[in-house]
Design a protein around this ligand. Structure first.
Ligand code: SAH
Length: 411
């Protein structure tokens, strides 16, 4: 117990140790409650805050704007957590925010101990830099900000109090992100016990094995939970292709909930393919075939062979890692969607996703318009969806809205 990060300081104070002064005319986003103060907006720092300390943010002429946590190693110099001077950033605040986040999931009906849900979604729960996913009796915590890393013990106490998990596992932040924050966190068990192998969670009545220790993200793609069911509603009797299937979420939903005729699921990772096969078996879906091959090559091979599908799911990894990469990403999305449309029989269903935050929903719809033009076929958007409700997005930080899932019909 309590074997947490060496960064932990039990006596992290809740009141500011320094003042961060903004450049003139740079305060507006923060009056608008945006939580990220970039280094380029900062004029000077009064006092010598240590990384993770509480600081006050002021305008260039000394007016209070907000209160946040300092990190000299990140381009996000200050993450803001309160917009009034009366709120202390102390343990009680973190506990209260975590309790509120957990209560929201309870009200969404996502507190079933056999299921899985995102309990804390960073800015969406006013806890910038903290992600907590619950898989049955276990929690996977991901910290993407040093400010949260130094408060891990308080966070775990709050999670213990709110959900009493069997174990809390720390999953390292995405490598790039961790480097940006100056974080060095290895994956490890931080509270309780770890599961001895994969665990099983129920999603909309389907069972999925999740590898908490080694799986992608924190083990599973919870954000697509409701999109899998939405896709499955169109699958009846169809031949389905699930591209970038990971552990087979869409494939199993289409086969079992949706009544697809057959499903071909593709992922380049052998591990993912094995998980998908196991998950198909677990749900008695004998008509799911999984191949561990490259999706781009497979799409071309299927097209060359003149294959046709009644439904195609495209859920690729993030194509755009930054704003500068948006054009390249849109070209890549265009390419796979163009090939997929060519593989669809008349009246076929295209379920096409982007988890690139810098590719907006508008960009994505425009990309599909380009595909329709090139393919010489209409594309009807039936639904344009986002992440499930346990992934709330703060209107003050729309950067948190990263997932687009379009369900379209191609006449
Ligand atoms: N649809 C999945 C999530 C997909 S995540 C779900 O519902 O859970 C994206 C997946 O794409 C990852 O599993 C990754 O292994 C896979 N991937 C990445 N590059 C690939 C490629 N070139 N060909 C096939 N799969 C690829």
């Amino acid at each position: 117990m309590n074997d947490v990060s060496p960064l932990v300081d039990a006596a992290v104070p809740g009141l500011p140790t320094a003042t961060v002064v903004l450049k003139p005319k740079r305060a507006r986003p923060f009056f608008g409650r945006h939580p990220w103060v970039l280094d380029s907006a900062v004029a000077k720092v009064e006092g010598g805050p240590a990384d993770g300390d509480v600081v006050d943010l002021t305008t260039h002429d000394g007016h209070f704007v907000a209160r946040g946590l300092w990190n000299s190693q990140s381009r996000i110099r200050v993450r803001l957590y309160a917009f009034d001077a009366a709120t202390k950033l102390d343990d009680a605040l973190w506990r209260g925010r975590i309790a509120a986040a957990v209560a929201l999931r309870r009200s969404l009906g996502l507190d079933d101990r056999t299921g899985a849900a995102r309990l804390v979604n960073s800015e969406g729960d006013d806890l910038s830099g903290l992600i907590v996913d619950r898989y049955g009796e276990y929690l996977a915590v991901q910290v993407t900000a040093l400010a949260m890393a130094v408060r891990l013990e308080t966070i775990c106490d709050a999670l213990d109090a709110e959900v009493a998990p069997r174990g809390i596992l720390l999953r390292g932040a995405e490598r790039g992100l961790a480097k940006l924050e100056g974080l060095a966190l290895a994956d490890r068990l931080i509270r309780g016990t770890a599961p001895s192998g994969p665990i099983f969670v129920v999603e909309h009545g389907l069972k999925f094995g999740v590898d908490l220790a080694e799986g992608q993200k924190t083990g599973y793609y919870l954000d697509q939970r409701d999109n899998r069911q939405a896709a499955a509603r169109h699958a009846r009797g169809r031949r389905v292709l699930d591209m970038f299937c990971y552990s087979g979420g869409f494939a199993v939903a289409c086969a079992v909930s949706g009544g697809a005729r057959s499903v071909l699921a593709i992922d380049t990772s052998e591990k993912a393919a094995a998980l998908a096969r196991a998950n198909a078996g677990l749900n008695g879906a004998a008509n799911v075939t999984v191949e561990a091959v490259d999706a781009f090559e497979k799409l071309d091979a299927l097209a060359a062979a003149g294959e046709r599908f009644g439904m195609i799911v495209l859920d690729p990894p993030k194509f755009a890692r930054s704003r500068a990469a948006v054009d390249d990403a849109l070209r890549a999305y265009h390419r796979i969607n163009r090939v997929a449309v060519g593989l669809l029989e008349p009246g076929g269903i295209l379920v096409t996703c982007s988890c690139s935050g810098s590719v907006t929903r508008d960009h994505f719809h425009q990309m599909l318009s380009g595909v329709a033009q090139r393919a010489g076929r209409s594309i009807q958007i039936l639904e344009s969806r986002g992440a499930a409700a346990d992934h709330p997005v703060s209107v003050s930080c729309l950067e948190g809205e990263y997932l687009t899932c379009v369900i379209a019909r191609v006449p």
